[in-house]
Each structure stands twice: as C-alpha cells, then as structure tokens.
Design a protein. Structure first.
Length: 367
C-alpha cells in the first residue's frame, strides 16, 4: 500500500486544464495562452493572492471562465480587469475573483454600441460645478493644479458624475453625491481592500456602474450587465440598500411634457420659473418626448439656452429692483414693479429682503 500523498495541482496545471472550457465560452477572440500568462502574472504577485487561488480552485476557475464569457482581457497594459483576492465574509478565507475596472466597464459599453464613450469625473469642494440636468453637460471648472484634486486624495470630495455620449451625439449625465458613494462603500466587501487602497478608482467605478443603468439597451449589452452583476456579487452589493436614483422617478406626464414644450416657445423667464418650481427628480428627464432623428442635440441646446436666458434675465431684474429699493427711489421702484404681474412679480418679491418687500408693499398701497 502506497503512503504517497496526492500532489496538489499547481496554478499552472489549474489554468491549463481550463483551456477547453475557456475556448467553449470564448466568443470574443481572446487568446487563451495570453490570458493564461496574464493570470499567472497577477496570481504570483504576492503570497496572499497565490494562497487564495490555491486554497479555492473552483473560485479561480470561475474567475477565469468569466473572463471568457464577458470577453474582457486581463492584459495589465489595458487596465480593464484583474484577478484579486477577496473574502466572501468576515472570518472566511479569501478567494480569487474577477475584478473589472471602470475602464473595463466603459470598454464593454462602447463595444456593445450603447454609447460612444463615457467618462467619470470627481468634484471637489474647492471647484465650481453647476449641475443642469441629466441630458446637459455640467458646468465644471476643474482645478488641475494647486487644489485638492492635485493631492489625489478623497479629502474635499463632494461627489462625482459620469458623462456618456450616445450614438446620436447627445449626452447622459448621472450625478452621485458623496453620501450615496459612502453608502456603496460601507456595504461593500471590498471596503477594507480596494476602497482603502484605491478609493478614487473605486469611486469612479461606482459612478460608471450607476450611470450604466441609464444607458440604452443594445445587442451586446448583456456583457456589460454580466460584468456589473459579477462586481456586485464579489463586492457584496447584491443585498445593499437600494440607493434612490433620479431615473427611478423621472417619468413626466404628458401634461408636463406639453407644458414644457409650450413654455419653451414663449417667454424665457416664465419657462425658467416653471422649470425651477418642478421637483428635482423630474427635471432630469424633461421634456420626456421623442425627437426627429438627428434633432435631439439641437433641441436640447435650445431648451438649455432658453432656461439660461430666463434665469439670467430674472437675476438682472432682481439686481435692478434691489438697487432701486436701496436708493429709496419711490417713483422708480413703483414704476419698475408695475411692469410685472403673476409668477414673475412673485419671483421678484420673493428675492427681496423682508425690509424691501415691506417697502414695495407700502408703495403699492399708496398708489
């Protein structure tokens, strides 16, 4: 009777044995030999990762086969995907999982034809950033040097957004405040790993993952959806509290769409006042209608310009009225306010101090 102990298959043996299974699932022209080499390079980087792979071969096999199924390369030069050790739960041994970077997610989305490109961007509290709506590029003055961004840290971060350009040239912009980002981090199994070591990369990936829910469906979209599913599974987010998203709510009624389109053709200030009064969860999806092919970008630019013109015009009126009140110009103030009525007059009065509103009311009572 032999006392020989069965030799544990080496990492190389484990990987080589996967070749027929890999090729069976590989529909995206990945080369098994190359991916096998990339995998070995990543697994041998440190003892912790190597031990995780050796102690749980089924998890390693699943990670490699997911590479083939999704069609995303482990090539480190691309920085699209990696093999990383991750503990399924506190106290449990680590296992190797497939991790996909935000660049990898964007690559899958562009390959699918859903978008032309996408870019996550961080926002710091020493930068000016004006969110407009979900289909308009934000006005973001980025500090490339001398600010908190240059430090490359989380300190001063207030949120972020992801811009995606669609196939028709229009844009989708998804904003995520810091509180939502922190909620994702707190529920992640990777909270003490990647979130600690590479927080900015993880934040960008979070921005892309959430924004991708709003991107159009397309023929190859299942690759992106599968990638997000894998990330959620291994980061422990499948049971995470649902974060309320603007796009979960934004369904304007036909009446709201009609009102938006009608006001857009008229007085810009009335258009702005109506838009300003709407629920924030509604604004991002207005006008909520289809456009003739090739006209969407032009129409959205028109709406944006009208809203901006209305806002700036109202601001100018407020400045003029405040100056008249400050000067105590009874005749000028009374004459100015008499030109307005309805929502425009209400907006002007609301912008005044209590003292100035009383002053105007006294002038009107004496008229």
């Amino acid at each position: 009777m032999s006392n020989a102990v069965a030799k544990q298959p080496s990492i190389t043996d484990e990987l080589v044995a996967l070749e027929p299974h890999f090729n069976k699932q590989n529909a995206y022209a990945l080369k098994f030999e190359s991916e096998c080499l990339f995998a070995k390079q990543q697994l041998l980087k440190n003892d912790y990762t190597l031990n995780a792979a050796q102690n749980n071969p089924p998890a390693l096999r699943a990670a490699i086969l997911n590479v083939a199924a999704i069609g995303i390369s482990l090539n480190p030069a691309l920085a699209h995907a990696y093999l990383v050790p991750r503990s399924p739960a506190k106290g449990q041994a680590a296992q190797v999982c497939l991790d996909i970077s935000y660049r990898g997610l964007v690559k899958l989305a562009t390959d699918s034809g859903a978008i032309n490109w996408a870019k996550p961007e961080l926002v710091y509290d020493d930068e000016d950033c004006e969110w407009v709506n979900m289909v308009t590029l934000p006005i973001h003055k980025i500090k490339l040097s001398g600010g908190k961004r240059a430090a490359g840290k989380v300190d001063g971060l207030i949120g972020g957004y992801c811009i995606a350009q669609l196939k028709d040239g229009s844009y989708l912009v998804d904003f995520m405040p810091l509180a939502d980002i922190e909620q994702v981090r707190a529920t992640s199994k990777a909270a003490n790993g990647p979130w600690k070591d590479w927080p900015l990369e993880m934040i960008k990936k979070t921005l892309v993952k959430r924004a991708s829910k709003s991107w159009p469906q397309s023929g190859g979209r299942e690759r992106l959806d599968r990638a997000v599913e894998i990330l959620n599974e291994h980061e422990g987010l499948e049971d995470a509290p649902t974060v309320a998203r603007l796009t979960d709510y934004l369904r304007p009624t036909q009446e709201q769409t009609d009102t938006y389109l009608e006001l857009a053709k008229g007085d810009a200030v009335d258009f702005w006042l109506w838009y300003r009064s709407q629920d924030e969860r509604l604004k991002s999806s207005l006008p909520g209608c289809e456009f003739e092919r090739g006209t969407k970008q032009k129409m959205m630019k028109y709406f944006e310009d009208q809203l901006k013109h209305g806002r700036l015009t109202l601001d100018a009126w407020v400045i003029d009225l405040r100056a008249l009140c400050e000067a105590g110009d009874d005749h000028g103030t009374a004459e100015f306010i008499a030109e307005f009525e309805g929502a425009q007059k209400d907006a002007l009065l609301d912008a005044l101090s209590t003292e100035h509103r009383y002053y105007v009311s006294q002038l009107e009572a004496a008229a």
